[in-house]
Design a binder for this molecule. Structure first.
Ligand SMILES: Cc1cc2nc3c(=O)[nH]c(=O)nc-3n(C[C@H](O)[C@H](O)[C@H](O)COP(=O)(O)O)c2cc1C
Length: 393
């Protein structure tokens, strides 16, 4: 296979100055359907837009004449110290977007000493990820079957992943009209439209799709079941993620059988944060799934303070629309302990593999470092509520 088609083009990385740039730079290189799968939200994309706009309504109040020469971004989450207050969010089907994208993102995250979360809905098996990044985190889409819950906990523990995150905001698949329009389906179905789309992107077809099949055979969704690995073409994967009957009682069962840190992802109400605390969760992710589930959902930024107040000693993480160093610092000021970032790292992986993700992480760290100095703080814990102001615009 031509190396020209499978290697990242270093020249394009020079143009990526911030997280949003990866999306812009990779757009034309991906089939419309694949790009749309990552970029899109539910219904009209309102939640996606709001996730970004909400940051404009929060301004920051710096402190001056503070000696900021000793600043550090080091952040301790669940007893582990990381180099920055952000991490790579779980993203399913990543390796359809960029070749071996889970491993690219995980290697970059490990080298940069930030957490990486593997999605259940991934074609990279948990056991392989444990070799790439021992102690990486796992995000489950979980069947409510009691036996499967137990076996999944055992599988993740045996492999050596360190944290069990349960995604709780997908009782059913959401309405993604953009996917219907572009022809993206899961299970994957080749249509005429998709065929043309793929043919117009030979670099992706050879460098991602065929290369993946050559190395792995038929891509299989590897982590939604303790044993079964349905192929992405299999009709059985229609219902792998959403389980309408899944409830707090099942989350409690996971809590009982998983001995390490247990985190619920997709909390948006103080009441649910309280329930998470009551069942013994160690943390929550305040998230609207990057605007990909309920299109009218609030942004985490709207509710973080109220949720923090109910969270007690739980670790509070947040995601959905965080892009700039200042976004992260605003999240911390509102009460988050760390921020997950999704799409930009996946777009970076698609643009230039591990090298591009490493660059993206480094760009964001640099922004945070500058912003911390300009705000007058030396460590994430120094960022307090009185350093932000909600404005009308
Ligand atoms: C392509 C894609 C796939 C995703 N798959 C999952 C998943 O399998 N499990 C999950 O909990 N969240 C999933 N998410 C949501 C992310 O974990 C995260 O909540 C969201 O992307 C954060 O918003 P951001 O992309 O604006 O940073 C996915 C997001 C994207 C973009």
């Amino acid at each position: 296979m031509s190396k020209r088609l499978t290697r990242p083009r270093p020249s394009s990385l020079r143009h990526a100055l911030n997280l949003e740039d990866y999306e812009r730079l990779v757009r034309r290189r991906l089939p419309r359907s694949v790009f749309g799968y990552v970029e899109g939200g539910a219904d009209d994309g309102e939640a996606c837009r709001h996730n970004r706009e909400v940051f404009r309504s929060i301004r920051m109040i710096p402190k001056v004449l503070v000696d900021v020469s000793t600043r550090t971004q080091e952040t301790t989450l669940f007893g582990q110290t990381y180099s920055a207050p952000f991490l790579v969010a779980p993203m399913g089907a990543s390796s359809i977007v960029g070749y071996d994208a889970d491993n690219s993102m995980a290697r970059a995250a490990r080298a940069a000493r930030i957490p990486f979360v593997l999605s259940a809905n991934s074609i990279t098996p948990i056991e392989e990820m444990a070799r790439t990044y021992p102690g990486a985190w796992f995000a489950a889409y979980q069947s409510p079957d009691a036996r499967k819950i137990e076996d999944m906990c055992l599988r993740v523990a045996d492999a050596g992943l360190s944290l069990y995150m349960l995604t709780v905001d997908v009782p059913v698949a959401s309405n993604r009209e953009n996917n219907v329009r572009t022809g993206y389906t899961m299970p994957f179905r080749m249509s005429k439209r998709l065929g043309f789309d793929v043919l117009r992107h030979p670099r992706w077809a050879l460098g991602t799709m065929l290369r993946t099949m050559r190395h792995r055979g038929l891509p299989r969704i590897s982590n939604v079941d303790p044993i079964a690995r349905p192929s992405i073409f299999s009709r059985n994967i229609g219902a792998v993620t959403g389980h309408a009957g899944f409830s707090w009682r099942h989350a409690e069962q996971i809590r009982r059988c998983w001995k390490g840190p247990f985190v619920l992802k997709g909390i948006l109400s103080p009441g649910d944060a309280r329930l998470a605390r009551e069942i013994g969760a160690d943390g929550i992710v305040v998230s609207n799934h990057g605007g990909r589930q309920l299109d009218s959902a609030v942004s985490p930024v709207d509710v973080l303070q109220a949720i923090r107040a109910e969270a007690g000693t739980m670790t509070v993480l947040a995601d959905s629309g965080f892009r700039r160093g200042t976004d992260i610092l605003k999240g911390l000021a509102l009460g988050a302990d760390g921020i997950l970032i999704g799409r930009p790292f996946l777009f970076a992986a698609a643009l230039g593999g591990e090298r591009a993700v490493t660059q993206a992480i480094s760009r964001l760290k640099t922004e945070i470092d500058i912003d911390m100095a300009l705000l007058g703080v030396n460590m994430p814990e120094d960022i307090t509520e009185d350093m932000i102001l909600r404005s009308a615009f």
